[in-house]
Design a protein around this ligand. Structure first.
Ligand code: HDE
Length: 684
């Protein structure tokens, strides 16, 4: 990339282009450029003789292979990323001088990596876990990283406890079980003995921890940061990403089954959406508190276990991010990207949140090990799109060839360049917060209320969401072997809600709490997913058809759904084309064997006369499972016979029709948009 060129949304892509290599159609060479004549047989002394050390091609190929792996991230190892762009809706000049937040006509390139936290690199994606939501903005003033999660609070208040938290949640060290799961003794022992985790645990056991898609979850900067304007005036800020498709989750049984049926469920969803032009979009929001109001709330703004209720501090929507390009190479981009909450630009600054302060150390430190030295900023994905110059030199894998004699500051031989610049010229100047105090190892009293917001979260949940939380506690604690840990957790969560603690205590055979209860009656409607946006767009419907289906009618339904933005995939008992009675043909995308009802948002039993008993049983199984996961179900013609009509016919979200197909398509589309029909009575 020409560093002098003007920056735009393509700047990063153009820069990456320099590094892309297209091997197709080329001659095979060694890394030294020597053409290779043989790549299947190593050099041997005689056809059945020993291999010779002299075979440099064999040695190079094998050595490179032996060194292909790098250490996975200690947390957030399993991740998937995409490129995109960000645009601000209106100038944020009043609050910040950050250049990428000034001009609505400027599009800033971004790279976003989503992740789970606990599992290793190859683990399943739909496990119960926090999701990472890390965004790198390639701005004209340097890279700005917003390294957030899909949950707005954190388990701990001080970074020094992070290694303990992670040791507790990772697989237990004596047998390395369980993978990518918090349902085990050490995690819950940590929770019970570190009660600042209460609020985050409520989120972790809610539906937020099993998102339907990366495209349907919120992102949060978690910490309080500062926005600083041209005049040096600062505001406290919390960052939010709001998905345009709304916030939606899986159900727990479904999430567990998907983990086996398609461990790549979330990356596949993101990848296919982008390939199909269904670009994921998120709006950026900020909550702002004036510095004068720092102490006006019943929580400490520096405490990362607290959120700012949106009803008290509204979220101002300031821009939109669109993810529109998949990576070319997962290792080069997704694996080698290095995020750091300390990558800021002028106009964005830190606060004294002790969790944030510790993160400012950890992220560079971890890259040094993971990426093998101090030059990871030179990797194509990490390079800023603006020029960068300093006196840092050498180190493993250095690529830049710094020309010239001088590599120190101050100097006269290079006219004292590269030279620091003033704030007016864009030099970063740390916010001059006045700080006073003794050196102590303790925590402010204002950080010590661990239960009020946890109770507010509970109060804000709808009935089905409360049920899911009780079930999640019953599942997680049901997997814990220590009776003492189980009881400690029951007693701890009685401080959030006696109703909740009693319900899961009974489910796990523990003693219901003897005391507890919360005085908090406050709720925050913004926290309930029931109040989220409900749209049909990008929802996936599995259409089950058999031979001799009603060709035109079924096609009309499919087309009407597609017109609503719904994705239609055809399922039958064999691949190839399925024939309708009128000769129409539909391409079959999956068989009952290669897919599963859990991989769809809805099932449409379209019908077909020529189907076997086995076909009917398979279809019935798909429908029954979708029904038990509260999904929309549609049935027309013979498809009606595949579902248990007497049980399902009058259930919410079940649409049955064989007269008017346009009415059917409309009602079914609405049922799909609702996401899930929680008011459905399940057949037990
Ligand atoms: Fe991280 N975290 N973290 N974290 N974090 C890492 O950095 C750490 C925390 C988050 O897709 C590591 O490059 C400490 C909060 C995301 O590459 C490491 C503490 C939030 C990602 C690290 C926290 C996050 C990471 C591991 C407590 C939400 C993945 C590999 C003080 C605001 C970024 C790496 C990606 C990754 C340390 C807590 C988000 C070890 C010490 C709170 C999204 O540096």
């Amino acid at each position: 990339m020409n560093n002098k060129g003007k920056m735009n949304e393509n700047s990063k892509n153009e820069q990456l282009e320099q590094f892309r290599v297209r091997d197709e159609g080329e001659k095979l060479t060694t890394n030294q450029g020597l053409k290779v004549s043989e790549d299947e047989f190593s050099l041997k002394a005689g056809e059945r003789g020993p291999t010779l050390m002299e075979d440099f091609h064999f040695r190079e190929k094998m050595t490179h292979f032996d060194h292909e792996r790098i250490p996975e991230r200690i947390v957030h190892a399993r991740g998937f990323a995409a490129h995109g762009e960000f645009e601000v809706y209106e100038s944020m000049k009043k609050y910040t001088k950050a250049k990428f937040l000034q001009d609505p006509s400027v599009k800033t390139p971004v790279f976003v990596r989503f992740s789970t936290v606990a599992g290793s690199r190859g683990s399943a994606e739909t496990v119960r876990d926090v999701r990472g939501f890390a965004t790198k903005f390639y701005t004209e003033e340097g890279n700005y990283d917003l390294v957030g999660n899909n949950i707005p609070v954190f388990f701990i208040q001080d970074a020094i406890k992070f290694p303990d938290l992670i040791h507790a949640v990772k697989p237990e060290p004596h047998n390395e079980i369980p993978q990518a799961a918090s349902a085990h003794d050490t995690f819950w022992d940590f929770v019970a003995n570190n009660q600042e985790s209460a609020h985050m645990v409520m989120w972790h056991l809610s539906d937020r921890a099993i998102p339907r898609s990366f495209r349907m979850m919120e992102g949060f900067g978690v910490h309080t940061f500062r926005l600083v304007n041209e005049e040096g005036k600062a505001h406290f800020v919390k960052f939010h990403w709001k998905p345009v498709l709304g916030v939606h989750s899986l159900v727990w049984d479904e999430a567990q089954k998907i983990a086996g049926k398609d461990p790549d469920f979330h990356r596949r969803d993101l990848w296919e959406s982008i390939e199909g032009g269904l670009f994921p979009e998120y709006e950026l929001g900020v909550q702002l508190i004036a510095e004068e109001d720092e102490f006006s709330f019943d929580f400490d703004v520096l405490d990362p276990t607290k959120l700012w209720p949106e009803e008290d501090v509204p979220v101002k929507i300031i821009g939109k991010m669109t993810l529109n390009r998949n990576v070319d190479n997962v290792f080069a981009e997704t694996e080698q990207v290095a995020f750091h909450p300390g990558h800021v630009v002028p106009g964005i600054d830190f606060t004294n949140d002790p969790l944030l302060q510790g993160r400012l150390f950890s992220y560079t430190d971890t890259q040094l090990l993971r990426l093998g030295g101090p030059n990871f900023h030179e990797l194509p994905i990490n390079r800023p799109v603006c020029p960068f110059h300093n006196n840092q030199r050498d180190g493993f894998g250095r690529q830049t060839i710094n020309v010239g004699q001088v590599s120190y500051h101050k100097n006269s031989l290079a006219s004292n360049t590269p030279a620091p610049v003033s704030e007016d010229e864009g030099g970063y100047v740390h916010y001059q917060e006045k700080v006073e105090g003794r050196k102590v190892q303790s925590r402010s009293e204002s950080f010590k209320d661990h239960f009020s917001q946890a109770a507010m979260f509970w109060n804000s949940m709808s009935e089905p969401e409360k049920e899911h939380i009780i079930d999640a506690f019953s599942f997680e604690l049901g997997k814990v072997k220590s009776k003492s840990v189980q009881q400690q957790v029951v007693d701890m969560f009685a401080n959030v809600s006696v109703e909740l603690a009693t319900a899961f205590a009974l489910a796990i055979g523990a003693m219901p709490p003897q005391k507890g209860g919360s005085q908090v009656t406050k709720s925050s409607p913004a926290l309930s997913q029931l109040n989220t946006k409900k749209l049909p767009n990008t929802r996936k419907v599995g259409v089950i058809i058999g031979t001799d289906f009603k060709g035109e009618d079924v096609l009309n339904v499919c087309n009407a759904l597609i017109a609503e933005g719904i994705q239609v995939e055809v399922i039958s008992d064999k691949l190839g084309n399925q024939k309708a009675f009128d000769g129409t043909e539909l391409k079959v995308d999956h068989t009952f064997l290669t897919c599963d009802s859990v991989l769809f948002d809805a099932i449409y039993a379209a019908g077909g006369k020529g189907v076997s008993q086995k076909f009917k049983e398979e279809a019935a199984y798909f429908i029954q499972e979708a029904f038990s996961h509260y999904k929309a179900i549609g049935a027309t013609f013979e498809g009606k016979n595949w579902l248990q009509e007497e049980v399902m016919a009058n259930s919410p979200g079940v649409v049955i029709e064989d007269q008017d197909m346009s009415v059917f398509a409309q009602n079914f589309g609405q049922a799909i948009s609702a996401h899930r029909h929680w008011n459905r009575q399940l057949v037990k």
